[in-house]
Design a protein around this ligand. Structure first.
Ligand SMILES: CC(C)(COP(=O)(O)OP(=O)(O)OC[C@H]1O[C@@H](n2cnc3c(N)ncnc32)[C@H](O)[C@@H]1OP(=O)(O)O)[C@@H](O)C(=O)NCCC(=O)NCCS
Length: 211
């Protein structure tokens, strides 16, 4: 068992591999819920909240203030850039990149090799950029992926867009605009190619008691 720093509140039933690295951030406390499991090589910053029964895979990095809801999985080698949230019962596969200020809802499936961007104009050291005030950082905003959406391999999300409820985004799509609820979208740029029938695509809610 890892020696847990004093700023980490870990439930006694959590399993934290001895090689996990904890990185303090601005005095923020980190919370690790009941039965949560953190695999070897993961890096967990201050301000992270892991709900009950979460899994964080090998060598994944959860930067400051990343919040993961109950029973969600972050796969191996996945990068969470911080100040973001993943809901409950979501599966974020391996080798994904979630930019700062992204939002992922409940029951979302994300296959490997997806990227959520957050900086539309990349104004790094150009007009509007200030390392002193941090103004640039305040403008960053990632996508919002809503309840039950399914994201195939290799999808790129432009900043600030909304992916509607139970929509399906096909492999290799570049999503440049908002996606309406229950849409099937694919291509570069992504276009609506079909519809999901909510009567057929009913999500069986998890019945596990996570308390
Ligand atoms: C989005 C998706 C579900 C669409 O499936 P579908 O509705 O059954 O579509 P079809 O396979 O019938 O294909 C219809 C047409 O769209 C094209 N097409 C399908 N998906 C495409 C995609 N992602 N990008 C570009 N074209 C695509 C097909 O080539 C086909 O073209 P054609 O009519 O000229 O032959 C599917 O393409 C997809 O991306 N699946 C996800 C696979 C995946 O990443 N799984 C993750 C597991 S970890």
């Amino acid at each position: 068992m890892q020696k847990i720093p004093s700023w980490v509140d870990a439930e006694s039933t959590a399993q934290i591999h001895s090689s996990v690295v904890f990185v303090p951030f601005e005095g923020n406390r980190t919370i690790i819920g009941k039965r949560a499991k953190i695999d070897s090589g993961a890096v967990i910053y201050g301000g992270v909240e892991l709900g009950p029964d979460c899994i964080v895979g090998h060598n994944s990095i959860l930067r400051q203030n990343s919040r993961i809801g109950a029973h969600s999985v972050i796969g191996n080698l996945t990068m969470l850039e911080g100040n973001l949230s993943v809901g409950e019962h979501s599966l974020i596969h391996s080798n994904n990149h979630l930019g700062q200020n992204s939002e992922i809802g409940d029951y979302v499936f994300m296959a490997p090799l997806c990227v959520m961007t957050n900086d539309p104009k990349m104004i790094y050291y150009r007009k509007g950029y200030s390392k002193v005030t941090g103004a640039h950082w305040k403008t960053l905003k990632g996508a919002r992926i809503e309840f039950g959406a399914r994201i195939a391999v290799g999808v790129i999300f432009f900043p600030r867009i909304k992916i509607g409820r139970q929509s399906v985004i096909g492999a290799g799509t570049v999503v440049t605009r908002d996606v309406p609820d229950y849409s099937v979208v694919f291509g570069v740029p992504g276009k609506v190619k079909g519809q999901v029938d909510p009567r057929e695509d009913r999500i069986a809610k998890c019945e596990v008691d996570h308390s």
